[in-house]
Design a protein around this ligand. Structure first.
Ligand code: F6R
Length: 369
């Protein structure tokens, strides 16, 4: 049932190109527009939406953090992202014009479910992004956009995460399409790029041997840090979470711009730091700032693992290990940048003798608070 793979996690990592393609299937029409019939929230209500609030836990929360960049850029609607467990215990400001998006692989996470119930009590519309047909969260929501990742067995979420990202981009683009923002041309171009993203993920998967080798060589480390900016920041958080849960190592993700505000004090000789570099095209300021951050940490002894676009040569002198990913539009980069981090965590955990499908102390679905 593992299809020749040593673990469900490896199988599910390998299934990602198909999971991504399946989640797009039937949702882009021949003209390159989105048809999200499942989103049964009427267009006029979506046009009146004045706030989007995303609630989720763990890896799904990281997908939400990335979605915020896309939603605000393409729709100009303010978007908040909150851990479901925090959301329900403060007094969040919601009304009929708020669109709440609940992201959950299982559809059974108690904290997320409670957040959904709270939002509906306030009169807000709730859209679920979910991987499990007929589960509780979609049943209690106004509408659902299913991710078509197929069953995810390994406790650590991989293919569900990538499909959650795809679903979030679809929602963001759809909101932009319905509301007719000035980004119309960009939206059409991104839809075209999304259609090719499965192949890009496949390319990344084909080049992972050096990442596995590196992971094995780091099995004796105590700490690994992850840095990113913009959408690369939640990718860094996700890389760190995967390493914590699978390898039982101390791992932290930081926004690279925060280095000087504290975390740079952690850098010492030989400390592995994984850095997600934004595309040098598009918002190139981001890229250049990150390259300076790599120089700063390397000058203090960090062993840099640099994840950068193919053809980006500016990073080469500062990379102890260079991991190449295909060029994508800035906002879509997490779909390719996350994959090496999954492989890295899985291999490092295996090298430490851990059971990757069933990490200690964790359950696949957290149905208690
Ligand atoms: C991490 C992981 C968890 C889940 C979280 C939410 O690899 O699997 O952090 O992402 O428990 O679960 P769902 O998406 O089922 O609500």
């Amino acid at each position: 049932e593992k299809g020749g793979h040593a673990s469900f996690m490896l199988k599910e990592i390998a299934e990602q190109p198909k999971a991504v393609a399946d989640t797009l299937l039937g949702r882009i029409d021949a003209e390159g527009s989105l048809t999200l019939d499942e989103v049964r929230i009427p267009a006029h209500e979506l046009r009146e939406t004045d706030k989007v609030v995303i609630v989720a836990c763990g890896t799904a929360f990281h997908a939400g953090l990335i979605a915020k960049y896309a939603i605000e850029h393409w729709t100009r609607i303010p978007c908040e992202v909150e851990l479901a467990s925090e959301f329900r215990y403060r007094d969040p400001i919601l009304d009929q014009r708020s669109l709440v998006i609940a992201i959950s692989q299982s559809g059974e996470t108690m904290d997320t479910l409670m957040a959904v119930r709270h939002a509906r009590e306030q009169g807000s519309k709730v859209l679920a992004i979910c991987n499990t047909n007929g589960s509780t969260i979609p049943r209690e929501s106004d509408a659902v956009l299913y991710t078509h990742a197929g069953p995810e067995v390994a406790v650590a979420s991989t293919k569900a995460f990538l499909t959650q990202l795809v679903a979030c981009y679809l929602v963001a683009l759809y909101l932009g399409q319905v509301r007719g923002t000035k980004w119309g041309d960009e939206i059409r171009a991104v839809i075209r790029d999304l259609a090719g993203i499965g192949q890009a993920v496949e390319r990344v998967l084909g080049t992972m041997e050096p990442v596995r080798e590196l992971a094995r060589s780091l099995a004796g480390q105590d700490t690994v840090l992850f840095l990113g900016r913009h959408v690369g920041y939640p990718v860094a958080l996700e890389g760190a979470l995967k390493l914590k849960e699978l390898a039982y190592m101390h791992a932290e993700g930081f926004a690279a711009g925060e280095l000087k505000h504290g975390p740079i004090a952690l850098i010492e000789e030989g400390l592995p730091v994984v850095v997600v570099v934004p595309s040098p095209r598009g918002r190139s300021v981001l890229h250049d700032k990150l390259v300076s951050n790599i120089q700063e940490i390397r000058a203090r002894g960090a062993r840099t693992v640099v994840i950068a676009e193919e053809g980006d040569e500016t990073v080469t002198p500062y990379a102890d290990h260079l991991v190449r990913i295909p060029a994508t539009p800035t906002l879509l980069q997490p779909l390719v940048a996350t994959v090496p981090l999954q492989v890295f965590a899985c291999e490092l955990a295996t090298a430490r003798g851990n059971e990757v499908d069933q990490p200690r102390n964790l359950a696949k679905s957290v149905t208690v608070e």
